[in-house]
Design a protein around this ligand. Structure first.
Ligand code: ATP
Length: 242
């Protein structure tokens, strides 16, 4: 049995707006093994980003626990959290979050230095694979949305994190660029033993990864497992076409 890098047990989260309570996550359990790659799917508003934010400790659950290896994520001190995020975590945010005063190269370099690393062959390689090598001296405002997204991906994986959390990393990309990103993420997982949890609306993107979990009415279900080639048919997520 491989070690779990992420363990989520009985996780629940609700949001209250006025007198309306919306139960977004309801007793969610999840185990992600070392170097395992999983896609998180589900309808818009089903709670995918909320789950990712809870794993990254940007949000706290109402109940349940989330562990990274043996550490309870929500019991880490601010200092431990900062060190963990710098060294072991990579995050691709939905809105990229590039630092505006820094060039693309400086954005990547900055995160590398926070992890105690320097620009190396892997940095060159992934910029080349993401087709951003020619864009490195530009500032975020000089880049298109898709270009910013690819820089954000490079920045999140340059230090070879043990865990990559990616919120729709191919959301703004054309098909060819999406395929390149997905191939690169699978390669990252292989060469750096990185686990990946990726939120996506794209079945094509999800199919690159080993498993797909789907959030439905607050519950998380395994809906695709490449290893066992077992598919639970959940309409309309999985088409009836043969
Ligand atoms: N801070 C908040 N306050 C109140 N409600 C929130 C908050 N954050 C999220 N929600 C609500 O929780 C639900 C889940 O949001 P979340 O962003 O996790 O969904 P999602 O599955 O990632 O959606 P999408 O695919 O559209 O990005 C939504 O109904 C959203 O309105």
């Amino acid at each position: 049995m491989p070690n779990s890098i992420v363990t989520i047990e009985s996780m629940s989260k609700a949001f209250t707006m006025g007198n309306q309570v919306s139960q977004v996550l309801s007793d969610v359990d999840l185990k992600v093994a070392d170097a395992e790659q999983i896609a998180l799917m589900g309808a818009s508003g089903s709670g995918k980003s909320t789950l990712l934010n809870i794993i990254a400790a940007y949000q706290t659950p109402d109940s349940g626990l989330a562990r990274f290896q043996q550490r309870d994520i929500h019991l880490m001190s601010d200092n431990e959290l900062a060190q963990w995020r710098r060294k072991e975590l990579g995050v691709v945010f939905q809105n990229y979050n590039l630092l505006a005063p820094l060039t693309a190269r400086q954005n990547i370099d900055f995160c590398l230095s926070l992890a105690g690393k320097r620009w190396d062959d892997w940095s060159d390689y992934l910029c080349q694979q993401l087709q951003v090598s020619e864009l490195l001296d530009k500032y975020p405002h000089q880049l298109s949305g898709g270009q910013q997204q690819r820089i954000a991906i490079a920045r999140a994986i340059a230090h070879k994190p043990l865990l990559l959390l990616a919120d729709e990393p191919t959301g703004n990309l054309d098909q060819q660029a999406s395929e390149q990103v997905m191939q690169l993420l699978v390669e990252l997982s292989r060469v750096a033993n990185s686990a990946i949890i990726m939120v996506t609306h794209s079945r094509e993107a999800a199919n690159y990864l080993q498993k797909t979990y789907t959030l439905i009415q607050g519950k998380l279900q395994l809906t695709r497992d490449k290893n066992s080639e077992q598919e639970n048919k959940i309409t309309p997520l999985i088409s009836a076409g043969k």
